[in-house]
Design a protein around this ligand. Structure first.
Ligand SMILES: Cc1cc2nc3c(=O)[nH]c(=O)nc-3n(C[C@H](O)[C@H](O)[C@H](O)COP(=O)(O)OP(=O)(O)OC[C@H]3O[C@@H](n4cnc5c(N)ncnc54)[C@H](O)[C@@H]3O)c2cc1C
Length: 392
């Protein structure tokens, strides 16, 4: 009898982790099943490292930053797991069929699934932060433009905007270049402060650190338009001189404009009936099931509505998701395991290569600890065990 399929779409923090977890802990429940993991890229990467990694290869060991997915799955029996380098074009959740465009031969393939995990994450406005194939070209373009840039505008006062500003500030102006910056770097936020997830005192400290590396923060002002309109969002206009118009009525002419605002869930291949107003998959926040899709369909990570988009939430949810999938596969009728998001103040924000602000589980962390945990290498120290599955 051919094995039934557990289909996992998306091969990053959510998708690769649940694949490892099921293969390691599936036990007898997984006897008659195979896992098919579909990923739009053949490699996975430590995405949080983008703000520094985009600037120059020298900042990271590239072999640790980018990891080949099939190599991580070689440890499992061949009949248990298959990686398909491809993109999900459509999922018919009623017929339980997914249509995949394979990138090895450009052919479309349909896969009948018994169980489905949607883990396709989210896309950023800027290709510099992308998980897609456009990122390589984007980094090349940015690196070519940096030596002659005189004015840079970054839109968005969340952690990504702050991290990009801090990294560019230190790289271009130096650690103490704030009094006479070579490059004018402007961080614009519509909020009344940067880093809204953290307590106000940490946002103030972050501003001081940013000012040391020559970053000027403008608060309470929206970017109303850019000319050209696709500046910073399209490869062809990534480093094009741009007029950035602000809600205050003034404008800035920027050599480089980087939007670091918001993300868009990668969910267009699903029926709109399964999506919420923000396009995330409507996911039961405790069971991680997509209740409206029928049995044995789950979602995890940035594409799902269950929790805030963050790696620590995904890693906390993986054992719960796995337990519920394994329970379903084994036919057990016991109660579901339940996930509960930890909503305490948790966010680490490096600012340049030696400083940072942050809190974990409600506790404020000193700058040196933010550096040691995240700022040193933007979590790359954690991803070896994650991508290889050793962590599970
Ligand atoms: C710049 C930046 C910094 C960040 N810093 C932090 C941080 O410090 N700490 C933290 O906790 N979180 C951070 N995050 C958030 C964190 O990166 C995400 O929470 C995490 O990557 C989400 O993992 P995921 O598996 O859900 O999705 P993703 O990592 O987005 O991966 C989704 C995967 O699915 C693939 N895919 C998409 N569509 C399809 C399709 N149709 N078919 C097949 N495959 C598809 C994509 O190519 C990708 O490989 C950061 C994010 C960014 C952008």
């Amino acid at each position: 009898m051919s094995k039934q399929t557990v289909l996992v779409i998306g091969a990053s923090y959510g998708g690769l982790s649940i694949t490892h977890y099921l293969l390691k802990h599936g036990g007898p429940g997984l006897k008659d099943y195979q896992v098919i993991l579909v990923g739009a890229a053949p490699q996975t990467m430590c995405r949080p490292a983008c703000p520094r990694a985009m600037i120059a290869d020298e900042y990271f060991d590239q072999k640790k930053l980018f990891v080949d997915i099939p190599a991580q799955l070689k440890q499992y029996p061949k009949d248990k797991v298959t990686f398909i380098h491809g993109t999900a074009l459509q999922v018919d959740h009623e017929k339980r069929i997914a249509t995949i465009e394979r990138h090895d031969n450009n052919a479309e393939e349909t896969i009948d699934f018994h169980t489905l995990v949607v883990a396709t994450g989210a896309t950023t406005s800027s290709p510099l932060l992308s998980n897609g194939s456009d990122r390589t070209e984007a980094w090349k373009t940015l690196r070519a433009a940096l030596p002659s840039a005189k004015t840079i505008v970054i839109g968005g006062g969340g952690p990504t905007g702050v991290e990009i500003a801090g990294e560019l500030g230190e790289h271009l102006n130096g650690k103490n270049g704030g009094s006479k910056p070579k490059v004018s770097i402007n961080l614009i936020t519509s909020g009344d402060r940067i880093l809204p997830v953290l307590r106000p005192a940490l946002a103030s400290t972050a501003e001081q650190y940013l000012s040391k590396v020559g970053v000027k923060v403008t608060k309470g002002v929206r970017i109303t338009s850019t000319l050209p309109s696709n500046s910073g969002t399209h490869l062809s206009a990534l480093t094009t001189q741009t007029t950035v118009t602000l809600s205050s009525g003034s404008s800035i002419t920027a050599d480089i404009y980087i939007p670091a605002t918001g993300t868009h869930p990668n969910t267009t291949f699903l029926s709109p009936t399964l999506l919420g107003p923000d396009a995330r998959v409507t996911t039961n926040p405790t069971t991680l099931r997509v209740d409206a899709a029928g049995p044995r369909i789950y979602a995890i990570g940035d594409c799902a509505s269950a929790a805030r988009p963050a790696v620590h939430n995904i890693l906390a949810a993986i054992p719960v998701l796995a337990a519920n999938i394994i329970k379903d596969l084994s036919g057990a009728t016991t109660a579901d395991k339940l996930f509960k998001e930890d909503t305490r103040e948790t966010q680490l924000v490096p600012i340049g290569r030696s400083k940072g602000v942050g809190a974990a589980m409600g506790w404020k962390l000193p700058s040196s600890m933010v550096w040691a945990i995240k700022g040193r290498d933007y979590w790359v120290w954690t991803t070896g065990k994650l991508w290889s599955g050793a962590q599970f």
